[in-house]
Design a protein around this ligand. Structure first.
Ligand code: AMP
Length: 123
């Protein structure tokens, strides 16, 4: 079972407009904004507006419309960021082994440089 949603997590506060973000896309179900500590020239976070802790929670409980909107937004922000031809990587951390820091589902979109191997070999 997914953990309970924390309404005080930083992305919940961004969604409520309590703290600012560098928004690049918004639709009925999705918000996308630039990561505050970018790991690549393009580093955008795409989040559902709904209260979903992680991919585990989202994949089990989100509506088809929410799921479709999230994936379409990922493709759209990558295209609009200009990294579709050069290439990009998407990543979503879930839970402790992945070091998920913010307990609101977010998909990272990285691009704009060579991104290296898929995973480090060790911790
Ligand atoms: P994760 O480790 O997958 O949970 O990633 C969390 C990401 O959120 C990190 O890349 C942070 O730099 C990013 N982040 C944290 N706070 C903010 C914020 N206020 N605005 C934009 N990005 C943030």
């Amino acid at each position: 079972m997914a953990e309970a949603y924390d309404d005080n997590n930083i992305f919940a506060r961004i969604l409520r407009g309590e703290i600012p973000c560098d928004k690049v896309h918004e639709d009925d179900h999705t918000l996308a904004f630039r990561d505050i500590n970018p790991q690549a020239p393009t580093h955008i976070l795409v989040i559902p507006k709904g209260r979903y802790v992680s991919m585990a929670d989202f994949s089990e409980n989100a509506s088809d419309a929410e799921m479709a909107a999230l994936l379409r937004a990922v493709g759209r922000v990558a295209r609009e960021a200009g990294v579709e031809d050069s290439g990009y990587r998407i990543l979503a951390n879930h839970g402790p082994d992945s070091h998920q820091e913010v307990p609101h589902l977010h998909i990272h979109v990285f691009g704009g440089r060579k991104l290296g191997g898929m995973l480090p070999r060790k911790d």
